[in-house]
Design a protein around this ligand. Sequence first.
Ligand code: ZN
Length: 203
Amino acid sequence: MKTINLEGKEVFPSKIICIGRNYVDHIKELGNEIPEEPVIFIKPNSSIAADIQCSEPDEIHFEGEISIVVLSGEIAGVGFGLDLTKRKLQSRLKAMGLPWERSKAFDGAAVFSEFAAFEGQVSDLRLELHINDRLVQQGGCKLMMYKPAEIIAEVKSFLSLEDGDLIMTGTPAGVGPLQAGDRFNGKIFEKDTLVVEGSWVVQ
Ligand code: ZN
């Protein structure tokens, strides 16, 4: 079973709950419709990986996301997450009205920084993703259609959050394909204070 790291302690997420289409600018970027309720899907524990791998024949897109670890049903910590997506396959599955798992739940599809304990103002959280020192994605809770508290309430309305479960809160505009050798640096800020960051080289 895969684990993530919260303040130096290993935590076991039974699942990762992902929110799709939560930033209007990214919805427009993919030509999707604005949803009337949160778009929710799940990645399994087995999708968690420490490294970013792009060895698949299918092109894989990065989606940088503010990610939350839940304990006792509440936000316990925050980290930077990458929701890796086989975009062409996802588009094909969407067009056929089929589930997305083949494009979103594969081994290695979820990569996280360490998680930092967080008791601050969730509405002040924002992310930056730099690739090769260039800022390619930025966004934050203020721009989300569904804020973390609403997401948690919605999720709890139909499934149980176990201790250690993760929530990926959706991606802002700027997604794109992985390229081997690219240097990723994902940062989570509370206003202008760095809370946590992760760095990877695409393999
Ligand atoms: Zn995503």
